[in-house]
Design a protein around this ligand. Structure first.
Ligand code: ZN
Length: 149
């Protein structure tokens, strides 16, 4: 294919056909700047938006990939959802424990559930000697003081 020359209306180009579902020769119908906007399939004669030929970009078979992705994303992704997942797990583990409202003068122990006026509901994940707590809130982990110094 002569893809080295600039594409122009009425020229032939290789595009993925949305009806035929394969890469086919198309005629350029319209341009957007120097990009191909619309093409007409030479096989089915349908006009549709230009799509880069799939043969170039597509690597893995789609069906096998999709099944995995939908199931894994809940606990497998190392993104911002990790804290929330951990938080949910802890909340679930300690679901019978009552909430204590946070005040710097109160004393907390590991696993205590805290209700904080700014950060919301959290759970004590770590005690830092002598008077600090690492509290896992829904979207963030905060270090708070306790025990009233
Ligand atoms: Zn077609």
């Amino acid at each position: 294919m002569a893809s080295a020359s600039k594409p122009a209306v009425a020229q032939e180009t290789l595009s993925y056909c949305t009806s035929c579902k394969i890469d086919l020769a198309h005629l350029i119908v319209s341009m957007k700047g120097d990009k191909i906007a619309k093409v007409e399939c030479k096989t089915c004669k349908k006009t549709h938006a230009y799509k880069a030929p799939k043969g170039v970009t597509e690597v893995a078979p789609k069906a096998a990939k999709k099944k995995r992705a939908s199931k894994k994303s809940e606990d497998g992704s190392p993104s911002a959802t990790t804290i929330e997942a951990e938080w949910e797990k802890l909340m679930n583990t300690h679901r019978d424990a009552p909430f204590k409202s946070y005040a710097p003068k109160s004393k907390f122990i590991l696993g205590d559930k805290i209700k904080h006026s700014t950060f919301g509901e959290g759970i004590v994940g770590k005690l830092i000697y002598p008077n600090k707590l690492e509290v896992i809130f829904r979207t963030d982990i905060k270090v708070l003081i306790h025990g009233g110094a």
